[in-house]
Design a protein around this ligand. Structure first.
Ligand code: GAL
Length: 423
């Protein structure tokens, strides 16, 4: 009897211990402090310098909190998003993770009930008027705020090699017609007009969305995600035709290059232009040591002057963590002016805060901060803000096929049927 009772006690003890050890998130091991694992896709050239600077700043302020850079390589989260999904499904969330403001956060992790609201943190840090309202809206759902933006990247930027343009007497194009005139002139000289590296297909989607923005404007572009403009609309098809024409000017080895490799073609003058978010500026300046406005120039992609394709990288607090207080400490550093000014000059983005130190940014950063204030904003599809992940995955697949087959009709059909995911 006594033996049986002891046995049951033991079983209960084992059960409780097992339950505790399967507690989600960063686990504490034998008196160790739970580790802050910071999950992102910022590894390698042009990506990781800003993150490392942010982590160094955190370590300076909180030397007792062990922190781990848990980045998974692959531009735009090509691999990281899948790893994150399986960790979240397995109730093993990272302490905090990179997530784009907009649909990726709100229709994804917040709708799935996986995130803690951060209204108290915003209140305590006095952040409610320190971030632009548009950005706070992108990280909010049903009146609650769910993440902290570390930056604002611009997606609709055309980068060009200044030396190549000067030597050939060319001006940066501002319209599609000018783009094709410049492209023809470059082609005649044996220079690849447009660099693309779509080994990871999102880069081609990125190019396509800037064309759609140019053709439709911010209002029309916004109507794509609400279903008010269909993907077989004449204007969208016009955009696809322009995209197709652009693909006639790219490097032959585009499918074996990633975004950095494609940017490199522009840097070394083998290609003249590329369309990429301004993480490319971080890469040009910090990794390739090029000078802004001397070696390379920048201009909004054709017909998007006064428009700003917004990509905001944000970090939130997953539910069920044992070290939520430490996560909040990290978020408070990330959301501080010091944190933003350590991260963004290296990353290529502008600070998300309105009161950052402008003197810390180069001419590109200063121009972009100015543009952001007056521009009409558009959420990026390629980077998860405009529409839910299911739709984006299908668009990436369709774009990837289109780049090789160039079949406008088939592509239009694929987009139209993918749009069912939007409802
Ligand atoms: C974006 C992200 C940027 C940059 C880029 C390339 O999705 O917002 O910060 O990392 O991918 O990887």
């Amino acid at each position: 009897m006594k033996k049986g009772f002891l046995m049951s006690l033991l079983l209960v003890f084992v059960f409780v211990m097992t339950a505790c050890s399967s507690e989600t998130g960063s686990k504490e091991k034998d008196g160790d402090k739970a580790k802050l694992d910071i999950f992102s896709w910022w590894t390698g050239a042009g990506e990781e310098d800003g993150l490392k600077a942010l982590i160094a700043l955190f370590e300076e302020e909180y030397p007792d909190v062990p922190i781990e850079n848990a980045a998974v390589a692959g531009g735009a989260g090509t691999n990281a998003k899948a790893v994150l999904a399986s960790r979240m499904q397995g109730d093993d969330p990272p302490a905090t993770f990179q997530v784009h403001g907009g649909a990726e956060l709100n229709e994804g992790w917040v709708a799935a009930g996986k995130m803690e609201p951060l209204n108290d943190l915003y209140e305590a840090e006095g952040w409610n008027d320190k971030f632009p309202q548009d950005l706070i809206d992108m990280v909010s759902k049903d009146g609650n705020i769910y993440s902290v933006p570390v930056n604002i990247h611009r997606g609709n930027v055309l980068w060009y090699n200044k030396h190549v343009f000067e030597e050939n007497g060319l001006e940066a194009p501002t319209t599609f017609d000018e783009f094709f005139e410049v492209a023809d002139a470059l082609k005649a000289k044996g220079i690849t007009p447009l660099a693309l590296g779509d080994k990871e297909p999102w880069t081609a989607t990125h190019l396509y969305e800037t064309v759609l923005l140019g053709v439709l404007g911010t209002e029309g572009y916004g109507k794509l995600w609400t279903g008010e403009i269909a993907f077989d609309d004449a204007k969208v098809v016009e955009g696809t035709e322009i995209f197709k024409k652009m693909l006639g000017y790219i490097n032959e080895d585009h499918a074996s290059r990633n975004w950095q490799d494609a940017s490199q073609l522009v840097a070394n003058g083998e290609a003249a232009m590329n369309v990429m978010g301004d993480w490319a500026k971080g890469y040009f300046v910090n990794d390739l040591k090029l000078a802004v406005n001397e070696d390379f120039g920048y201009t909004p992609t054709p017909e998007t002057d006064g428009m700003f394709m917004v990509i905001t990288d944000t970090f939130g607090l997953p539910k069920g963590l044992s070290n939520a207080d430490d996560v909040k400490k990290f978020l408070s550093v990330l959301g501080s002016t010091e944190g933003q000014d350590a991260f963004n000059p290296l990353k290529g983005s502008i600070p998300a805060r309105v009161d950052a130190d402008v003197s810390k940014y180069d001419q590109y950063g200063k121009d972009t901060m100015e543009d952001f204030k007056s521009a009409k904003l558009a959420p990026s599809l390629a980077h998860g803000s405009a529409a839910a992940e299911g739709f984006l995955t299908k668009v990436n697949q369709a774009v990837n096929i289109f780049v090789t087959q160039l079949d406008v009709e088939q592509f239009t059909d694929s987009l139209t049927s993918a749009a069912a995911e939007l409802k």
